[in-house]
Ligand binder design. Structure first.
Ligand code: GN1
Ligand code: MG
Length: 369
């Protein structure tokens, strides 16, 4: 299981106190979310003024996954600043209440600190919001997709070259396939024999892995700044009004291709089951949600998508699922060294869900849809 070394309360408090936070620390607790970092929330009572309470979100960053933390934090700082400065172009229900994440500076003025041997960062906690693994209804899916489309529009004025590559080939399906091939050649924990069915499903679709990379190489499709992890739970919704308030998890904001974000949004949000469901008969695509995601995404993104991109929306949903299946399967074969796991064969179950989603998408809509 890939996770960071355990932490005691004193170490956690020492890390938190390295940031410019005012008032009395009342307490902190862990927030269990995500497969990569460790997240905590602290509560502070103001000693001046009305004695109100403020909360902050702290993350112990996983420097095994993100080997270049300065580059990662450079990107987060550039993107948050750009979002805070960029005006919202078209205001509608999905974008009217959006705010950007705000980093809290460390006492030394930097954007992150090293504490107990690992890197930490702090954000303002976005109060009064909730996140969802499954949309309540089609209008929530539409709003999330619309907010991600708007996010891309606002970042379209940021030169992709300003952002550093934090994980090489992160969006590159060809490279993910080579990494899987490599994992199979090494087979370090002897799991290869037991994953032949999954490997065969990927083998039958190998050709798909080259489509987007070829289009990027011959400039049929432009490289653009993307979010890179557009799961529904990376949109914080207003707890009362159900409208998007903030897009979070900016770690993979880098140069990529726009449809990656659309594909990732579909494979997570339109899925009828959890990402690690064991009963594959429950895993399919909710077509009403799928259609709402398309419409929502196009609400803002249609202004800049070119002909190739418009023609490959459905394909991208298949490809992003297939590629994530390769990643989960590689990690299973390598002995679970990347994604956090909490049960045996967790990554294998996750890979199976993604492969089932690919099959369901193939059954339910054409790639050229
Ligand atoms: C990881 O940790 P989390 O849940 O934000 C992963 C994404 C995957 C996702 C699958 C840096 O994101 O690429 O799509 O799991 N992030 C990284 O749930 O690898
Ligand atoms: Mg993420």
């Amino acid at each position: 299981m890939s996770s960071l070394p355990a932490l005691n309360r004193d170490e956690l408090e020492a890390a938190i106190r390295k940031f410019r936070l005012e008032g009395d620390l009342e307490g902190f607790q862990e927030l269990r979310r995500g497969h990569i970092h460790d997240t905590f929330v602290s509560t502070w009572r103001m000693t001046q003024g009305d004695g109100s309470v403020r909360r902050f979100l702290h993350q112990r960053m996983n420097d095994a996954v993100f080997e270049d933390i300065p580059a990662l934090m450079h990107n987060v700082a550039v993107v948050t600043r750009h979002l805070l400065d960029a005006p919202v172009e078209a205001v509608d229900d999905a974008t009217a209440h959006l705010t950007a994440l705000r980093l809290v500076h460390a006492n030394d003025g930097g954007d992150y600190v090293i504490a107990a041997g690992t890197p930490w960062r702090t954000y303002d906690f976005v109060e009064g919001t909730l996140s969802y693994d499954h949309p309540k209804d089609a209008s929530m899916a539409f709003a999330a997709a619309s907010a991600f489309g708007d996010f891309q529009v606002r970042l379209s004025t940021l030169d992709p070259a300003e952002l550093r590559v934090t994980i090489p080939n992160f969006f590159n399906s060809e490279a993910r396939l080579s990494q899987l091939d490599d994992a199979c050649r090494r087979d370090p924990v002897g799991r290869l024999e037991s994953v032949q069915v999954e490997l065969e499903a990927i083998r039958q679709r190998r050709d798909q892995a080259t489509v987007m990379e070829r289009a990027l190489r011959d400039r049929t499709m432009p490289a653009r700044v993307v979010h890179g992890d557009t799961k529904l739970n990376n949109v914080l919704f207003d707890a009362e009004k159900d409208v998007p308030r903030c897009i979070v998890d900016l770690d993979t904001c880098m140069s990529g291709y726009s449809l990656f974000d659309f594909g990732d949004l579909v494979r997570f949000t339109a899925a009828t089951a959890d990402e690690d469901e064991r009963d594959l008969s429950l895993v399919s695509i909710d077509m009403e949600i799928y259609r709402a995601l398309r419409e929502g995404y196009l609400r803002h993104a249609s202004h800049f998508l070119n002909e190739f991109e418009r023609a490959h929306m459905a394909f991208s949903a298949r490809l992003v699922s297939l590629t994530l299946a390769m990643r989960f399967l590689s990690d299973h074969i390598l002995g679970d060294v990347y994604f956090k796991t909490s049960r045996p064969d967790h990554n294998l179950h996750r890979a199976r869900v993604q492969l089932r989603l690919v099959e369901e998408m193939e059954r339910l809509f054409p790639a050229s849809d």
